[in-house]
Design a binder for this molecule. Structure first.
Ligand code: BGP
Length: 470
């Protein structure tokens, strides 16, 4: 059962279904660089960094990142060598349509055409996401997702993407982790525009799903074929105990952080309980006639699941200040389970069985929707300390992936409809306000020369993909 070096045949203990999707995920702002090149407009990250560079780890911003814009050919060759048959990237809205509305930027069309064609020529299917936290700056000035009009502009952008690339792209995603800009930008102050206001957060969340549904509708009208979905970070919510107060706390955390997007995306409607809580506190978002039908029509074909860590909660110990601002955490406290396993190099809990629980929940309560793991990975600080003979000896990452894959394998054996596994991520990249603090790649990126060097995990992933298991 031990790992042998490249080339040796491994005993196959965990065999995955035929045509399983092996690959990795990325996003435009995190890998492209060329932030001011090729006619790209500014998005909120370019702007926020200019304004408050000290909010970013070591003051590093998104101008260069991994320079995929100029190095995509080399990267795609490395993906092929690593056994990828699929790869997710996102289109930058502000690159394709600078300013968010109006003219298409032909240099961007050329770039994304090149990437798509290069992937296909190398036997790698492109999975394309339309929005990964990167609102065009002009539209944020106009109110961003708080404004209903932005959902029409997003629909138009999506339509253009289907028209331009839909002949070759057959897996589309409307949003990546839509709850994150809501939490970060409107509740907990870790994304621009740094608002802390639940009512506005609820409106942003709601409009994101309206935008999603409009894009799904347009995709189906476009008749380009293929599937459309959304990518959600599902953090299973585990109660401290079976005590009713703990169970209730975990139920509410699940409503706010998972089901607020999962239910409308897969079932086409919001959970009753969530609507009740919001209406009780007078913070329901503004809706329009016809929205229910729109959301119903926006049900997805395919769900991407990002899974990093669980959420552990317990009943509130102290009642919240009734005059303070409404926050989801009025209903639960987080809980540090004794003995939980931690990633010592990033500070997140590692709970591999979470993947299985998510998949079984999808099977039981969400019609066994077709899904795949669209992100899972292990971030490590100061990873250079593990370099030996020029290679990062990331056995911890190999173990992390292997243990998660075992649970995914079991979920498939138990009937869940999972079609693939994408690692976060292909090469070390720039990660929002954390910049390069946590390294996640199969390839190490030297921040001076931008040279890519395979880590030990890259060799391992290659064997897993080649054997379709391990
Ligand atoms: C996910 C995001 C990714 C990436 C990852 C790692 O939630 O979809 O974009 O940022 O988290 O995050 P971090 O670098 O903060 O550890």
């Amino acid at each position: 059962r031990t790992l042998k070096t490249e080339g040796t045949q491994l005993p196959i203990q965990y065999k995955f279904p035929e045509n399983f999707w092996w690959g990795s995920a990325t996003s435009a702002t995190q890998i492209e660089g060329a932030a001011n090149v090729g006619g790209k407009g500014k998005n909120i990250w370019d702007y926020w960094y200019e304004k408050e560079p000290n909010r970013f780890f070591e003051n590093v911003g998104p101008e260069t990142t991994s320079d995929f814009y100029h190095r995509y050919k080399e990267d795609i060759r490395l993906m092929k060598e690593t056994g990828h048959n699929t790869f997710r990237f996102s289109i930058s809205w502000s690159r394709l349509i600078p300013g968010g509305r109006g003219e298409i930027n032909q240099e961007a069309v050329q770039f994304y055409n090149n990437v798509i064609d290069e992937l296909i020529q190398n036997g790698i299917e492109p999975f394309v996401n339309l929005f990964h936290f990167d609102m065009p700056l002009e539209l944020q000035y106009e109110g961003g997702w708080e404004k209903r009009e932005v959902t029409d502009l997003y629909e138009n952008y999506a339509k253009e993407a289907f028209r331009l690339f839909g002949d070759r792209v057959k897996k589309w995603f409307t949003f990546n982790e839509p709850v994150v800009p809501v939490e970060g930008g409107y509740l907990y102050d870790f994304h621009y525009p740094n608002v802390v206001d639940f009512k506005r957060a609820a409106q942003v969340a709601y409009h994101t799903m309206i935008a999603h549904a409009k894009a799904v509708r347009s995709f189906r009208q476009s008749n380009t074929g293929g599937k459309i979905g959304i990518i959600l970070n599902l953090t299973p919510s585990y109660p401290r105990s079976r005590h009713p107060a703990d169970l209730k706390a975990s139920h509410i955390a699940d409503l706010f952080f998972n089901r607020s997007f999962l239910d409308p995306a897969v079932l086409g409607e919001y959970p009753r309980d969530l609507i009740e809580i919001l209406s009780e506190h007078g913070i329901l978002p503004v809706t329009q006639p016809g929205d229910s039908e729109l959301l119903q029509a926006g049900k997805i074909d395919l769900l991407g699941v990002n899974y990093y860590q669980p959420r552990r909660v317990k009943a509130k110990e102290h009642l919240p200040n009734p005059y303070g601002p409404f926050m989801p955490d009025w209903f639960f406290d987080s809980y540090e389970m004794p003995g939980r396993k931690m990633n010592p190099y990033r500070g997140w809990e590692i709970y591999e069985k979470g993947i299985y629980d998510i998949m079984m929940n999808l099977k039981k309560n969400y019609g066994n929707i077709e899904s795949f793991i669209s992100e899972n990975g292990m971030g490590v600080q100061n990873e250079e300390r593990f370099i030996r003979d020029g290679e990062v000896q990331d056995d911890y990452r190999i173990e992390f992936v292997r243990e998660h894959l075992k649970w995914l394998h079991k979920a498939i054996a138990d009937g869940c409809n999972a079609k693939g596994y994408h690692l976060w991520t292909f090469m070390d990249n720039w990660s929002w306000t954390n910049a390069y603090k946590n390294r996640y790649g199969l390839f190490r990126v030297d921040l001076g020369t931008l040279k890519r060097t395979p880590k030990k995990s890259a060799r391992w992933m290659k064997e897993v993909a080649r054997n379709n298991g391990f």
